[in-house]
Design a protein around this ligand. Structure first.
Ligand SMILES: *Cc1c(COP(=O)(O)O)cnc(C)c1O
Length: 463
């Protein structure tokens, strides 16, 4: 009989110690951080599931490539190696490096968006939304209907509602929509994949209305792996071919190499439009750097070039998706409400259902993230009303987000199964005493992207 255990397809060559803290220490640290886990020092965190962005472990081949970085200002060898590696998966005419995803977004929206425009997406990531709103345009989420119910599994809950897109383009007029974005996988929507069928349907609507389609490609490889395993026609196709196929229906993409680039920094913007590419490069020179490095060192471009080759390897992706599912299965098996099915890079706990006695504006996601840190030194992030609440334009009142989630993002190639077993145990300890957990109020907030710097106070505590 064949062995069924799926193992980490790597061995460890360098180790980084992590520090166990006492509960009393954690109490003090989280209070000093005003109950915002972004304000904790990483040295006080035991298992850091804040994000899978830039937190992955690089391979021996990536580190070897780092030594080959060509740091020439213009026309560096590393740029051409990077460009070739990108174009193998993203068949766009122009590839523009940027220091990370949001830099690519800022440049894209600066040249395409004007005040009053509308940019639809399956679900905008927070920096994408902020960059659109910063231009005075409106970011509209059009997630598919199945995504609204967190508890019911569906193979492609990340899909866009194609009918809603069609309606929007007809009612608002395509001239108000400079581009449509499709985020794969749908990060803010629970790390859920988008099917090829949905991608093609969105591309068809865009083409018919003469609106360009851009892919937010941060997790393109994880998305392609889900397509291979959930969409029958693609079962025999390689992940790399599936990824290329999806991209071939788009006009461009934005990418954070800190996700499926398997690098610690970097990103790019790609487009088929010559005129846009020229404007984008001009803007890039103003704020990021010359178009053959875009704010990155030659060694970073090398690391990304190799990372893009490794991320589409199927034993890596199998381990990645299976280990994320392992965490999801072990907590949901004990009753913890999570977004079903588990996504590619993260498990999303439904904090609203975990703490049903808290009102959304008592921030159940913050309450749960604080308890995970108190209990076990685990750092997770709220994806709920602190991140996504909207203000009523008339009354100025805060409108809760649609969902109150807490994301446990799994860094790539970093933690072993026993780390994850520890996380499972920590979450279940909090689950047992959930009825005693109280809410929070905001005592300081910035005008945009407030979740990064907001300060909180437990409700009931004196002001
Ligand atoms: C991370 C991310 C971004 C932004 O990328 P950064 O490298 O963090 O600036 C954009 N979209 C999605 C879906 C992301 O996950």
């Amino acid at each position: 009989m064949a062995i069924k255990t799926i193992i980490e397809p790597f061995k460890i060559k360098a180790v980084e110690p992590i520090r166990v803290t006492t509960r009393a220490e954690r109490e003090a640290r989280i209070r000093e951080a005003s109950y915002n886990v972004f304000l904790l020092h990483a040295r006080d965190v035991l298992i850091d599931l804040l994000t899978d962005s830039g937190t992955g472990a690089m391979s021996v081949d990536q580190w070897a490539a780092v030594m080959q970085g060509d740091e020439s200002y213009a026309g560096s060898r590393s740029f051409y190696r990077f460009e070739e590696s990108v174009k193998r998966l993203f068949p766009f005419k122009h590839v523009i490096p940027a220091h990370q995803g949001r830099a690519a977004e800022r440049i894209l929206f600066a040249v395409t968006c004007k005040p009053g425009d509308i940019v639809p997406n399956n679900t905008h990531f927070d920096t994408t939304r902020a960059n659109i709103e910063y231009r005075g345009a409106k970011a509209v989420d059009l997630p598919c209907r199945e995504s609204h119910d967190t508890a019911t599994p569906h193979p492609f809950k990340g899909n866009m509602d194609v009918e809603a897109l069609e309606n929007l383009l007809e009612h608002e007029g395509a001239d108000k929509v400079p581009l449509v974005m499709l985020t794969v996988t749908n990060n803010s929507g629970g790390g859920q994949p988008v099917s090829m069928a949905n991608g093609l349907a969105v591309a068809e609507v865009c083409r018919r209305h003469g609106v360009p389609l851009y892919i937010d490609a941060c997790r393109f490889a994880e998305n392609a792996y889900f397509i291979k395993h959930r969409e029958r026609e693609f079962a025999e196709m390689s992940v790399a071919d599936i990824a290329r196929e999806l991209m071939s229906h788009a006009d461009g993409c934005t990418m954070s190499a800190k996700k499926d680039g398997l690098a610690n920094i970097g990103g790019f913007l790609a487009t088929n439009d010559d005129d846009l590419a020229r404007q984008e490069k001009e803007l890039l020179i103003l704020t990021e750097g010359y178009p053959t490095y875009g704010g990155l060192a030659g060694r970073d471009l090398e690391a990304i070039a190799v990372g893009l080759e490794e991320v589409v390897q199927e034993d890596y992706l199998q381990y990645r998706i299976v280990s994320t599912g392992y965490l999801g299965r072990h907590i949901s098996g004990e009753g913890v409400p999570i977004v079903q099915p588990p996504g590619g890079h993260a498990i999303y706990i439904d904090a609203g259902a975990f703490l049903p006695h808290l009102h959304p504006l008592e921030y159940p996601g913050i309450a749960l993230a604080v308890e995970l840190y108190r209990e076990a030194g685990i750092r997770a992030v709220e994806i709920g009303s602190v991140m996504f609440a909207q203000r009523d334009p008339e009354t100025g009142e805060e409108q809760p987000a649609e969902k109150e989630l807490v994301r446990l993002a799994i860094p790539r190639r970093v933690y072993t199964q026993s780390h994850i077993d520890y996380v499972v145990e920590g979450i279940l300890e909090v689950w047992k005493r959930r009825e005693q957990i109280g809410g929070y109020r905001i005592v300081y907030q910035a005008p945009f992207l407030r979740h990064f710097t907001a300060r909180f106070e437990p409700l009931g505590a004196r002001a």
